[in-house]
Design a protein. Structure first.
Length: 572
C-alpha cells in the first residue's frame, strides 16, 4: 500500500506546481496561482441534520477541512436545515461532536441555512420580478408528469406565464400561510426542453406547515436544497464548493441561480463518493435500521456512523489515514473494508497497551503449584516501547486459558499449543505440561490438569530447552468477569444493496454480526474508563463501552489482530 498523500501546501503555494496532487487540490493550486478568489481558499462542510454522520461524510470532512488547513484557508460548518419534517436538534449535536472528533475545526463559523431564510426569500422575489420564477399550482404528480424523460422534453405548466404581479401576490400569500401543503410551489423559469432534466423548471420553494428546530413556526414555506445551497455558499464567500458526483448535473442549476441573481459565484467541484464493501451508506437505509430495531441505535458499533465507529474504538487518526489512502477521484469505486481495518490496526498497534483476557475460558489446575500461593509478574504494557511502563499481574494455582488453545488431538505438526503431554509457555510466567483433560458426561472439556516447571519462571528454562508455543492466561482467583462483544460485518455480502427481485437490503443482514461472550480479564482492567483502548494479547483490539457497571466492564472488539484469527475463532 502506498504512503499517505497530503498536499504539500508550502511548495504548491510557492511554485504553483500540481505534480502529485489529486484533481481538486490541483484545481485549488491553479486558482491560487491565477489569483482567482483573491487567492483565498474557503470551503464548507454542509450536512443535513436529519441523521448521524457516516463513513461517507468522513471523506468529505477530511477533504474540506483538510483543504483549508493545507492552504491556510478557512472551512465553515453549515447545517442545511431546510426540511423541518426530518431535522432534529439531536442530529445537530451529534454532527458537531463527530466533526470535532475527526479533527474539524470551524472556530466561530457555524452557520445554518435557516440563518438565511429572510435573504433567500428576498432572492426568490428578485427572480420572480425578473420573470425567472413563477408560482405553479400543479400537483407534485402533475409536475413529475410534465417534466418529461431523458428521451422526451418536458411540457410547460399552464401556470408558467402568470404575470409577475400575480406570482408575487401568490408567493407572499404562500408565506402568509393561506395555502395548504402542496397547493402551490415556486419554480425557476428556465427551459422545459433542456437535455439536463434538472434544468426543467426546478422547484425553488414548497409549502410545509411544520415547526422548524430553530425558527419554530415563523415560516411555512421552505427553500429547496439546490436554491439554498448555492446562495449560502455565495453569502459565506466560499471559494470552492466541494460535493459528491451525484450533484454534477445540479452544477448547471448552481451556476444559473447565482448568475441570474448577479451575486458572488463560488466554484462547484464534484468528487466520487465513498463506497465500502459490506457497508450501507444510504442515510435513508441507516434510519430504517435504527427505527426498525435491527441495531441498537445510531452509535451501535456495527453501524458505519462516526458515532458507531467511535464507540467501537476506531481512533480518528485511523479514519483520517483511511481517507488519505483512498484519495480523491472523479469516478465512483468501492473500497475494500479491509483497508479501513488495516489503518485501524496500524494506529492501534502503535498506541494501545497490551493486556491479557480470556474470552472462551477453560480452567487449568497446576497440580504441583502450592495451594494458596500467589505471585506477581511484571508485564510491560508495550513490549516494543518500555517507556509505556508495566503492571503487576497475579499468578496462582488455578488459571483460565483460551479454550481454543487446547486440543485433545492436535490437528497437525504445526500445532504448538496445549495438548495431552505437550508443553507450552504461559506468557511471562512458566512452562506448563498438560497431564490430563477432564470432561463431562457429554464429552466437553471442563478442566485441564497440568504441572509446571518452577525453574522456568519468567518464561525461559535454565536447561535451554525450547518451547515453541506461548499462550496467554488469567489467574482464576483474580479474574475480572466481563461482557465482551465480538462484532463482525453488519451485512453478510460485499454489496448489501445488490438484492434479488422481491428482497431488500435487510435480507443481507449478517445474523452473526454480534456475539456476546463472558470473558475473564486480568485485574488491571477493573478501572478502565469508557473509550479506553487496549489490545487483548493474541485476540485483537478492544474498547471499553459505556454500558459497563461497577465491577463488570464491557468491551467492544474494534478489530482482530489479523484476518486469519477470525477463522481460528470460528473454528473454536
Amino acid at each position: 500500500m502506498s504512503d499517505t498523500v497530503h498536499a504539500p501546501a508550502a511548495s504548491a503555494d510557492t511554485a504553483g506546481s500540481t505534480a502529485g496532487l489529486d484533481f481538486i487540490r490541483a484545481r485549488v493550486v491553479a486558482d491560487r496561482a491565477a489569483g482567482r478568489f483573491d487567492a483565498r481558499v474557503h470551503t464548507r462542510f454542509p450536512p443535513e441534520p436529519n441523521g448521524y454522520l457516516h463513513l461517507g461524510h468522513a471523506k468529505s470532512i477530511c477533504l474540506n477541512f483538510g483543504l483549508a488547513r493545507e492552504f491556510g484557508g478557512k472551512c465553515n460548518l453549515r447545517f442545511d436545515d431546510t426540511n423541518p419534517v426530518k431535522e432534529e436538534t439531536e442530529y445537530v449535536d451529534s454532527i458537531r461532536e463527530d466533526v470535532r472528533w475527526l479533527g474539524g475545526e470551524w472556530e466561530d463559523r457555524e452557520f445554518y441555512s435557516s440563518d438565511y431564510f429572510e435573504r433567500l426569500y428576498a432572492f426568490a422575489e428578485q427572480l420572480i420580478t425578473a420573470g425567472k420564477a413563477y408560482v405553479d399550482s400543479l400537483s407534485a404528480e402533475e409536475i413529475r408528469a410534465y417534466r418529461g424523460t431523458l428521451k422526451e422534453p418536458g411540457r410547460e405548466s399552464p401556470y408558467r406565464n402568470r404575470p409577475v404581479e400575480e406570482n408575487l401576490d401568490l408567493f407572499r400569500r404562500m408565506r402568509a400561510g393561506e395555502f395548504k401543503d402542496g397547493e402551490h410551489v415556486l419554480r425557476a423559469k428556465i427551459d422545459m426542453a433542456s437535455p439536463n432534466v434538472v434544468m426543467r423548471d426546478p422547484t425553488l420553494y414548497r409549502i410545509r406547515h411544520a415547526s422548524h428546530h430553530r425558527t419554530g413556526d415563523a415560516w411555512c414555506i421552505y427553500p429547496m436544497y439546490d436554491f439554498t445551497h448555492c446562495i449560502s455558499d455565495s453569502l459565506e464567500r466560499i471559494t470552492h464548493s466541494i460535493c459528491t458526483l451525484e450533484f454534477e448535473n445540479n452544477r448547471e442549476l448552481y451556476d444559473w441561480t447565482l448568475d441570474s441573481l448577479g451575486i458572488y459565484h463560488p466554484q462547484q467541484i464534484e468528487f466520487a463518493r465513498l463506497n465500502v464493501t459490506y457497508t450501507i451508506l444510504s442515510k435513508r437505509k441507516l434510519i430504517q435500521l435504527v427505527q426498525e430495531g435491527h441495531v441498537r441505535g445510531w452509535d451501535d458499533p456495527r453501524m458505519p456512523t462516526l458515532s458507531g465507529l467511535r464507540r467501537r474504538g476506531v481512533p480518528p487518526e485511523a479514519l483520517r489515514e483511511f481517507c488519505a489512502r483512498i484519495g480523491v477521484a472523479r469516478s465512483d469505486s468501492t473500497v475494500d473494508y479491509g483497508l479501513l481495518e488495516f489503518c485501524i490496526r496500524e494506529r492501534l498497534n502503535a498506541v494501545t497497551p497490551r493486556v491479557m483476557a480470556v474470552l472462551h475460558p477453560v480452567r487449568v489446575v497446576i497440580e504441583n503449584y502450592p495451594e494458596g500461593q500467589v505471585e506477581e509478574f511484571d508485564m510491560p504494557y508495550h513490549p516494543e516501547d518500555p517507556s509505556r511502563g508495566s503492571r503487576k499481574v497475579p499468578f496462582s494455582r488455578e488459571l483460565y486459558i483460551e479454550r481454543d488453545d487446547f486440543r485433545l488431538e492436535p490437528p497437525n505438526k504445526k500445532y504448538h499449543r496445549l495438548a495431552p503431554g505437550a508443553e507450552v509457555r504461559l506468557r511471562y510466567a512458566y512452562y506448563i505440561t498438560c497431564r490430563e483433560a477432564v470432561t463431562d458426561a457429554a464429552g466437553n472439556i471442563t478442566e485441564l490438569r497440568c504441572t509446571y516447571d518452577p525453574a522456568s519462571r519468567g518464561g525461559s528454562s535454565p536447561d535451554g530447552r525450547k518451547v515453541k508455543g506461548t499462550i496467554h492466561w488469567v489467574s482464576a482467583a483474580h479474574a475480572l468477569p466481563a461482557e465482551v462483544r465480538l462484532y463482525e460485518h453488519l451485512f453478510a455480502v460485499e454489496n448489501p444493496a445488490d438484492v434479488e427481485e422481491g428482497k431488500t437490503f435487510l435480507d443481507n443482514l449478517n445474523p452473526h454480526s454480534l456475539r456476546i461472550v463472558a470473558g475473564m480479564l486480568e485485574p488491571s482492567l477493573r478501572d478502565c474508563r469508557p473509550g479506553e483502548q487496549v489490545q487483548f494479547e493474541r485476540l485483537g483490539y478492544f474498547c471499553a463501552d459505556p454500558d459497563a457497571t461497577p465491577g463488570k466492564p464491557v468491551f467492544n472488539r474494534t478489530v482482530t489482530l489479523k484476518d486469519t484469527w477470525a477463522k481460528v475463532e470460528k473454528r473454536g
